[in-house]
Write a protein that binds this ligand. Sequence first.
Ligand SMILES: [Zn+2]
Length: 373
Amino acid sequence: MAGYVLKCRKCGREYGGDYRLFRCLCGGVLEVVLDLSGFRGLTHEGNLGVFRYSPLLPSISRQITLGEGLTPTLRLSSGGVEILFKLEYLNPTGSFKDRGSALSISKALELGVSEVLEDSSGNTGISIAAYAGRAGVKASVYVPSDIPLGKYLLIRAFGANVIKAGSRDDASRRVLDDLTESKYYIGHTWNPYFIEGTKTIAFEVYEFLGEVDYVILPVASGTLLLGLWKGFNELLSLGLINEVPKLIAVQACGYDSLSKYLSDVVRTECSESTSLADAIRLTNAPRLPYMAEAISRSGGRLVVINDHHIISAVKELFSLGFAVEPTSAAAYAAFKLIKGELSGKVLIPLTGSGLKYVGGYDSPLYKVFMGES
Ligand SMILES: [Zn+2]
């Protein structure tokens, strides 16, 4: 594992790895900066899960894993473009978030934390609950009150407390109000170690697929986007790839928080806010300016998608055998909208499982497949 410091994106102050607050004392977000001078190879084959890439991960004395990562990729040709679907929904709790939870819970355990707090639309809450349970750490998860039933029950099933807190944005405010000395805020929107886990997707792409031209991905808190950006840039700095792929961010109507930062935006008609893409309904993500910077610097853009497009995409993905949640389908919907402008290899991480939606007459997938939406 690599030596590292935590560096503030706002004021540049640096902290050691024993630093326990979730952000800089100035209020800025922190980023792990690795010392890669001793780099000898990408993988440590004896390690499980994302820790297989430990030469490019921050040095942490504990390794909590549920076997996340190494997800398969299926190819599909579409009008001269090769789509690479990376099946991130096959991770242990059904989303790519497990990669980030492995790192952030391992770090929490190293810091001697006995209780963690998290705010989440659902997927990260489920994931943190599972990894915290595995580590023997207590977890409380703040969620939107209209969280899909399947997601709610899974957080409870993994043994965490669940607090319904109003909207997704309300959940991220409430969790900070409830912080005390003994409770560690592990929130993935702030936690710098979480991104160290999600960046392993870039390493797998490099190792198994070679270089890709585009990545199209749903964006809310930015952990996937910034993980990919950081991972590909580390590969670039080591001379392993020639170029970082263009990052096409996808957001849903009513929650297009990146619009105000970007000029290159493609949008569908947005007469109402999404009711389907529940995993990307966060508007106050602390890393927003850095997300916009990553999209611009990669040569990418933002696509804003409505529920009508998401419904077609989720139906098509299910017909191909992919049991994804509507938020994951938003990325494929965006691909269909702009595919005439694309060429080469297009990676689409299918981020979250649709199986969490099965059950409940108010579930988004029920509305899609029973024609009530
Ligand atoms: Zn600072």
